[in-house]
Design a protein. Structure first.
Length: 454
């Protein structure tokens, strides 16, 4: 019933070994809890019978029988005390065998009671023997129920001796009692096995519950580590663009400084200013990430989306110039007021522009168009259209999946992060193939009006 697959483990041990060990512990803990009370009951019942035989011919025999009960009960009790105080190094098979032998020894002692004393006893003593035997049957089965073989070792001798004694009496009343005793014993043993099965089921349920909880904790820990890894990867991806741009500006400034002033094609001051802008943009990304972690939401404010598009275009102007990409802005929306986190929306635009530039590296025609339009005067739509390599229909399904990328050195999280940002702003992002070749990445954002700003 409790066999499990070899891969099922709790900690570093297979589940079947764990269940076997836990089951043994539950079985023996139940018997150990009952041992002192059961041994006391044996001694008290034996004393009652000795007192009842006082002054009869069977008194000496009763003393010998009681001495046997006292000896077995005392041995079991002191072994129990020593087991509780000392280390438990006994193997399971030896412990189970010893528990069964102890139960058998007690069962044989109580089986001797009806066999040797019932026939010569008076009516009152016979009634006492019947009551004691029935009580010991029930008490022994109850105390040893967690280990069915030990319960059988105790119950079987007592029940058999009582049954034989009653049948040997050749009395109709005794025969009826024997029949009742048979049913009574069968019910007891059946309940013993039912109780043992319930114990096994309970232990297995506990183990499976603990295993489920342990797996859940491991998944939570793993998801936490994955989240940290994803955050670190995302941060590296977002910072790579402004830091690369600033490095290009600084290298350009260095080359300009090495030239004679009259040969310089650009202003050193303006180039350094552009580098500073990119570095400040990187700082803004770090600040926004820190605030996002602390508060879990973007820092929104009212802004004009067309201004954000122009700033994103200016931030990528050097890359477009180096890649010989022609940019056209078709900002046709009459209203562009939005309530957004400006840094995050610019990151979305810069990411889309950078992807478009890379997609057109192998294209003869390198045209990039960014357009805006209104949708029902409630939403503004932004389209970033390139003439690059585009994507297949199969690739389209995984475009926004984390770590899905066709670039040799790409990390595959830019589009995933961009869509998450847009959705955080109550918008939506999707991609389509450009009819003239290339791709169209679009997203929409809700508009605000003057009433909302007041």
């Amino acid at each position: 019933m409790f066999r499990s697959s070899g891969d099922s483990k709790v900690g570093n041990e297979p589940l079947d070994l764990i269940s076997a060990a836990r089951l043994r512990a539950e079985q023996f803990s139940g018997i150990l809890r009952q041992t002192p009370g059961m041994m006391l009951a044996n001694v008290c019942n034996a004393l009652v019978l000795v007192v009842d035989f006082w002054g009869t011919r069977q008194f000496v025999s009763a003393l010998y029988w009681a001495a046997a009960v006292f000896s077995v009960s005392g041995y079991i009790y002191f072994r129990h005390r020593r087991r509780r105080r000392g280390p438990r190094s006994t193997s399971h098979s030896h412990a189970a065998r010893r528990a069964t032998l102890n139960a058998l020894a007690l069962g044989l002692c109580w089986a001797a009671l009806p066999l040797f004393f019932f026939e010569e006893a008076g009516p009152g003593t016979r009634l006492l023997i019947a009551c004691l035997s029935a009580g010991m049957l029930y008490g022994g089965a109850l105390a040893l129920a967690s280990i069915p073989f030990a319960a059988m070792a105790f119950v079987a001798p007592v029940a058999f001796a009582c049954f034989v004694t009653l049948i040997h009496g050749h009395d109709s009343h005794y025969l009826l009692i024997a029949a009742v005793l048979g049913v009574y014993t069968w019910v007891l043993l059946k309940n013993v096995f039912v109780s043992a099965e319930q114990l096994r089921a309970r232990v297995m349920t506990q183990i499976l519950t603990e295993q489920t909880a342990s797996m859940r904790m491991k998944k939570l820990q793993a998801s936490g580590l994955n989240a940290m890894g994803g955050m670190a990867t995302g941060l590296a991806h977002e910072l790579n663009q402004p830091l690369t741009a600033s490095a290009c500006y600084l290298l350009t400034a260095q080359r300009l400084l090495e030239m004679a002033p009259e040969l310089r094609t650009a202003s050193v001051s303006e180039t350094l200013d552009s580098a500073a802008v990119q570095i400040m943009r990187a700082a803004g990304i770090v600040r926004q990430l820190r605030e996002f972690i602390m508060r879990g939401e973007p820092e929104k404010a009212f802004a004009n989306l067309h201004d954000l598009i122009r700033e994103a275009s200016q931030a990528t102007a050097t890359n477009m110039s180096d890649a010989h990409v022609n940019l056209s802005l078709q900002l046709g929306a009459d209203v562009d007021r939005v309530f957004v986190d400006s840094v995050q929306i610019k990151q979305v635009l810069i990411n889309l522009i950078s992807n478009a530039i890379e997609a057109m590296n192998a294209s003869a025609e390198r045209e990039l168009a960014i357009s805006t339009s209104l949708i029902h005067d409630l939403t503004i739509r932004i389209d970033v259209v390139d003439t690059g390599v585009g994507f297949s229909e199969m690739g389209k399904e995984n475009l926004f999946e984390p770590f899905a990328t066709s670039k040799a050195d790409g990390m595959g999280i830019g589009l995933s992060i961009s869509r998450s940002i847009v959705e955080t702003h109550d918008g939506n992002m999707w991609a389509e193939s450009n009819a003239g070749g290339g791709a169209v990445f679009s997203f929409v954002l809700p508009l605000v009006n003057a009433e909302h700003e007041v």
